[in-house]
Each structure stands twice: as structure tokens, then as C-alpha cells.
Design a protein around this ligand. Structure first.
Ligand SMILES: [Zn+2]
Length: 673
């Protein structure tokens, strides 16, 4: 079969912080697994990445710390590189976009588009900080979101509702550097004329029927909203300078120049190899399949803006072959947020656990077609119940038995039983599916099918009972061990893209070749000879998980929670609600419920029954005689067999409730307005 040529990239990560599990699940692990598989089947593949060193998050952080942005970018470039190595993500090159080569090529790209007539200059109004004499781009400005009215919306996007914002529309805008209200001033920027690309883009995208559904849906909803001209420059000091006269203080916008980093990183790789032109063999070779791994927020930039930029260069760059975008990974049921420290930093994870465990868990739980969750307890369960109890157990019991009764030497029997043949045949069939899954970016499926092979090995071991056969028919016991070792040998090849270090260890114990190749799957050896053996995996104790959950909570303390607001309502909607102060006459527990309390209340003399879900915060006796706020015109509804004719108002704080009481003595029945 002809070797394929592949160029694989992971989305460039902002160099304003450390690597966290969201980065890993979004675009690094899936790319690394894919690349490792391509190497197993002996394709020609290179894996390229790096940091996005520009953009306002980095310059803002630099200003906070009083250092140059380059210092910040270098610091996090190095720290990410180290953390990626810690979890065995093997990029061929990890560069950064503030390196000179990148600046030069980005400027060339801009000039080419300008000369070809795809970039236009425009004058527009922007927010300007008078004190610092600077235009305020993106995150240099904060205010109230014009869409959802949440506070703390940035000049480019609102974290509460996720909508993109034009800074000029922010309500009560404030400069992040001076804290003052900015003024509006005219400035000049360059725009990429995207509408001009529309037809060409549609034609090209129409051939991408094999792209993932989530990606295609995203693109077509973008296209159908109509492409607009997009500014590709900014008024900032940190960035790639515009290669034109009299444009001091203007740089290329990160969305425009960051993807060019894939090319400059490949050039850097070629240079390091001592073959400076080797990058052309990939980027300018129509045979190369260019595959961008990224998170869903990056889809439009890689499928619409980036291909447009590539199409109009002087040299014939290849366009993306596939863009297998992932959805998001949440943490303990909540959206991850680095500003709230609601994440797991890879550096911290590695202080407590083996990086292989992170790879395994995130592969089994990859957000491929919808968002997925990282739960510490689920992490523990997957490591203990699958890696240890299924795969680890198969290796352990097979090796111990072989050592004890056969001195570790197991020969292939002359004839295999039907059951043995069937077991091996099924594994072979699954191997085919696993290969397909790897090729189709279905890491979850591959992980599951692989565990099925190990599971069938345990079942086979149990049913052939070598511990019985060893006394009656030693050859039978040896056959069982041979089949189990063959399954382990197959697994050591198949699982190597996901947990490479563990599979290397397994192969070492089995004295198998160092070089792992897919084509060796079917080559059953004549005998196995195992060497020194040890446990493949370790179980994770409850106390270790408890500690992680405590650490996660501890870093949250004192932090401002982002409140998710409901949509606005009209005054008419509000005025329909009748709130009154009522007196609690009687209170008692409702049987079979650990949350509900039954109340008898008086609304200025009128008695009613109400059910309140507050028994974890109140003893019924303590409520009797209290005057509290209630909503009294909600349609009555039955709760655990009791009709509730009013709803108590209470404030919830972390699962605890506090009922609302008036600040001064008022009579029962008083209306709340
Ligand atoms: Zn908003």
C-alpha cells in the first residue's frame, strides 16, 4: 500500500497560562493518538504545534506583572512544552508565534492578500483611553454586555452569554488600564474581504462531505448568516507589525496570523532537521493531507478565514483536508474556567498521578460529538475498574501463572481448541474496527473496543480454568496462557496510541520487539518468554480523590462566582405575582421525604397548606410562629401527596436555605411590592 503523507496540527494555545485538561481533551490528545496510529501503520506523518504568543490576554498579563509580553509568552511556551512531554504528547515541533520567522511570513501573507485586492482599508470609530493615549482593543476594555446585561463583559466577547461583542456597543465601558471611561475616536484598519471568497469557499466546502457533523453544521450556519468583512488589524504594540509605512502601533490581529504559526513551526522543524526546504514537501505538496485538531470555538477561523488566506498566496499552499473539532470538556458538571481556577492543571495532575491515567480517562471520555465531563470519582472508577481490574488483571494473572508453573516460557500448542481459535479470531476482528476508529478520530470507541479484548481474555481464562487443568492436563493450561499472552501482545500494539508508556512496559515484560508496528498484529509468535514482571497499573484510593476534590474547592474560595442570569421580563409579567408575608402556624416533617416540610400558614386570617423543600436547613419546630415571605398565587400542586397552596421564598447558598423574613414587625398578609 502506498504511504500517505500527513501534516497534523493541534490548535495553538494562548501563552498566557499553563496547560490544563481542557487543552488536552480539546486538541492535543486526540491529535497525538491519531499521529501515533499513523506511525504504527507506517504513514509519513509530522505533528506540529506551538503557542499563540500575541493577543490581549498576554499583553494584559505582562502589564499586570510589569514585564514585557515576550517574557510571559516564553514562560508559558516552556511550561506547556514541559507539561505536554509529561503526558507523552509527542509533537515534532512546538514553536511560538513571537519568533522572527513567524513575523516575516505573516507579513508576507498580509502583503500578498493586499496586493491581490482581498484586503481593504477602512476608517472606523473605536474606544480610546485618553490618559494612556491608546486605542482599547478587545480585552483592554470591560463593561456591561449589550446582549444579556451581565457585568464584566470584555471588548470582544461576553463570558455570560458567549456572544461576540463590538466594543463600541458595551454599556458603561471602562478602560482596563486606567479604569476611566474611554472616548470614541477614529482609527484606520484593514479588513479581509470575506464576501469576495464566498463562492470559492462554498465550492471547496461542498467537497467536505466526510467532515464531522458538528463541524459542518457550524460552518453552514456561519455561511448562511452571510459573510462579513473582518478587521485583521488592531491598535496594539504587541503583535506582528503591519508591513506598511506610517502604521506604527498597528499589528495583525491574532485570528489572522496565528494559524500561519503552523507553517512557521513546520519551517522551524525543517531547519532543525538540517533540511530547511523540507517544509515545502508538506505544505506545497498536493498529496499531503492537512489535518487541524481543535476545539469547537476555533471552527470558523480554520474552515473559513484560514482557507481564504491560504487560497490567495503566491505559492500553492494546501488547504485543510479535515478539521476534526472537539466539543468542550466540563469539570464536575460545570463549564471550565481558568480565570476562576475551575480546571485541572496538567502540572498539578502529574504531581499526584501518572500521565497515562489522564490519557486513558480523557480518551475514554473524549468530547468528540458532544460536551463531556471530567469527574474525579469517575476518573477513579475508570482507572480502577477498567485499567486495573480488566487489563491489569489479565496481564497479572497470566504472568504469575506462567512464572509459577512454566518458568515464564510458553510455547504455541500444535492444535488450538475451537474456543481458543474463536477467542483469537474475535480479537482480530476487533483489531480491524479499532484501526478504523483511530483513523476516523473515534478515540472513545477505540478505547472501549480495546477493553472488550481484555475482558474477553479474562472470561476465557476463567472458563478454561488453568488452575484446574494444571493438575490434570498441563498442555491445556499452557494453551490458555498462550492465548492470553497472544491477546496481550495484540493489545500492546493496539493500545499503544492511547497509553504508550504502559504498553512499552508490557512489551518489555514480554520480551517483545521495541519497534511496534500494526503489520505485526497477525504474526503469532511460536513461543513467549516473559522476563521480569511488575504491576502494570496502580489503583487509586478514595482518599486520593477526596484530596483532589478538596484542592479544587479550596482554590475556589474567595472567588467571585459568575452568575448566570435569566432573561429579562416585562413589568407586567412581574405584577402578576402576588407575594405576601404569612405566619407559620404549624410545621411538620413529611414522611418518606428528607427534604420537605409541611406548613400550615395564615395569610391575614386565611389558612392554607404549603410544602417547602427546606428540611435540610430547618427543624420544623423552629419555624412555628415565624413570619415569612411567600408567593401565594401559584397554581396549587401536589407534592408527595400534599397539596401546596403557597411557595416559600428562600435564599440558596451552596445547598443550604435561608427563608426570607421582614426586617421590621409587619402584620400577616402584608403584600410585598
Ligand atoms: Zn452577555
Amino acid at each position: 500500500m502506498k504511504k500517505e503523507k500527513l501534516l497534523v496540527t493541534s490548535a495553538l494555545t494562548y501563552a498566557n497560562g499553563k496547560l490544563h485538561i481542557g487543552h488536552v481533551a480539546g486538541s492535543y490528545l486526540n491529535a497525538d493518538i491519531f499521529v501515533r496510529y499513523q506511525k504504527l501503520i507506517e504513514n509519513d506523518v509530522i505533528y506540529i504545534g506551538g503557542t499563540d504568543d500575541y493577543g490581549t490576554p498576554i499583553s494584559l498579563k505582562a502589564e499586570e506583572e510589569g514585564v514585557s509580553p515576550k517574557v510571559i509568552a516564553e514562560r508559558y511556551n516552556q511550561s506547556m512544552k514541559k507539561d505536554l512531554e509529561g503526558i507523552n504528547i509527542q509533537l515534532d515541533n512546538f514553536s511560538g508565534t513571537s519568533r522572527p520567522r513567524h513575523i516575516e511570513i505573516s507579513q508576507d501573507f498580509f502583503t500578498n492578500l493586499l496586493e491581490a485586492g482581498y484586503v481593504t482599508k477602512k476608517t472606523l470609530k473605536q474606544l480610546y483611553d485618553k490618559k494612556y493615549k491608546r486605542f482599547l482593543a478587545d480585552r483592554y476594555i470591560e463593561g456591561i454586555c449589550p446582549h444579556c446585561k451581565a457585568e464584566g463583559a470584555r471588548g470582544d466577547q461576553c463570558d455570560s452569554c458567549g456572544k461576540l461583542i463590538d466594543a463600541i456597543n458595551l454599556i458603561e465601558p471602562k478602560s482596563k488600564i486606567s479604569g476611566k471611561t474611554p472616548v470614541i475616536k477614529e482609527t484606520t484598519h484593514w479588513y479581509l474581504n470575506l464576501p469576495k471568497f464566498e463562492e470559492e469557499l462554498r465550492t471547496w466546502l461542498s467537497t467536505k462531505t466526510y467532515w464531522k457533523d458538528n463541524v459542518r453544521n457550524f460552518i453552514f450556519s456561519w455561511l448562511n448568516e452571510g459573510l462579513k468583512e473582518r478587521a485583521i488589524t488592531r491598535d496594539l504594540n504587541w503583535g506582528v507589525p503591519i508591513p506598511l509605512e506610517n502604521t506604527k502601533g498597528k499589528v495583525l490581529y491574532v485570528w489572522f496570523e496565528a494559524p500561519i504559526g503552523y507553517i512557521s513551526s513546520t519551517q522551524e522543524w525543517a531547519e532543525k532537521k538540517g533540511k530547511p526546504d523540507l517544509w515545502k514537501d508538506y505544505w506545497l505538496n498536493p498529496e499531503t493531507k492537512l489535518i487541524h485538531f481543535l476545539g469547537k470555538d476555533n471552527i470558523p477561523f480554520h474552515t473559513i478565514i484560514w482557507p481564504s488566506v491560504l487560497m490567495k498566496q503566491k505559492e500553492p499552499y494546501i488547504l485543510p483536508y479535515d478539521v476534526p473539532a472537539n466539543e468542550f470538556l466540563n469539570l464536575e458538571g460545570q463549564k471550565m474556567s481558568t480565570s476562576r481556577n475551575w480546571t485541572v492543571w496538567v502540572e498539578d495532575f502529574l504531581k499526584y498521578f501518572d500521565g497515562e491515567y489522564l490519557r486513558f480517562y480523557l480518551a475514554a471520555n473524549a468530547p468528540e460529538s458532544k460536551d463531556s465531563d471530567f469527574y474525579w470519582k469517575d476518573f477513579q472508577a475508570k482507572i480502577n475498574n477498567e485499567l486495573n481490574n480488566i487489563l491489569g488483571n489479565l496481564a497479572n494473572r497470566t504472568f504469575i501463572f506462567a512464572k509459577k508453573y512454566f518458568d515464564g516460557k510458553i510455547s504455541k500448542p500444535d492444535n488450538l481448541s475451537e474456543y481458543s481459535k474463536k477467542t483469537l479470531k474475535e480479537a482480530d476482528k476487533l483489531a480491524g474496527y479499532i484501526g478504523k476508529s483511530y483513523n476516523n478520530y473515534q478515540v472513545r470507541k477505540a478505547t472501549r473496543l480495546l477493553m472488550d479484548i481484555a475482558r474477553s481474555g479474562n472470561k476465557y481464562f476463567d472458563e478454561t480454568q488453568p488452575w484446574v487443568e494444571i493438575k490434570n492436563n498441563k498442555a491445556k493450561a499452557e494453551e490458555t496462557l498462550f492465548v492470553c499472552m497472544e491477546l496481550l501482545r495484540i493489545i500492546s500494539i493496539l493500545y499503544s496510541p492511547i497509553i504508550p508508556k504502559s504498553m512499552k512496559k508490557l512489551r518489555k515484560m514480554m520480551n517483545l520487539n521495541k519497534k511496534i508496528l500494526w503489520k505485526n498484529l497477525g504474526k503469532i509468535p511460536g513461543k513467549f518468554e516473559i522476563g521480569k514482571v511488575s504491576q502494570l497499573f496502580q489503583k487509586i484510593e478514595d482518599s486520593e480523590i477526596k484530596k483532589q476534590l478538596e484542592l479544587l474547592k479550596a482554590t475556589q474560595k474567595g472567588r467571585k462566582e459568575m452568575i448566570k442570569h435569566k432573561e429579562e421580563i416585562e413589568y407586567d409579567d412581574f405584577s402578576k405575582l402576588e407575594f405576601r408575608i404569612v405566619k407559620i402556624l404549624e410545621a411538620g416533617k413529611i414522611e418518606k421525604s428528607n427534604k420537605l416540610i409541611k406548613l400550615k400558614i395564615s395569610i391575614g386570617g386565611e389558612e392554607r397548606t404549603a410544602v417547602a423543600g427546606i428540611s435540610q436547613s430547618y427543624e420544623p419546630e423552629g419555624l412555628i410562629g415565624k413570619k415569612v415571605a411567600m408567593l401565594i398565587n401559584l397554581k396549587p400542586r401536589k407534592v408527595m401527596g400534599v397539596e401546596s397552596q403557597a411557595m416559600i421564598l428562600s435564599a440558596e447558598d451552596d445547598g443550604k436555605f435561608a427563608v426570607l423574613v421582614p426586617d421590621k414587625e409587619v402584620k400577616s398578609g402584608s403584600e410585598i411590592l
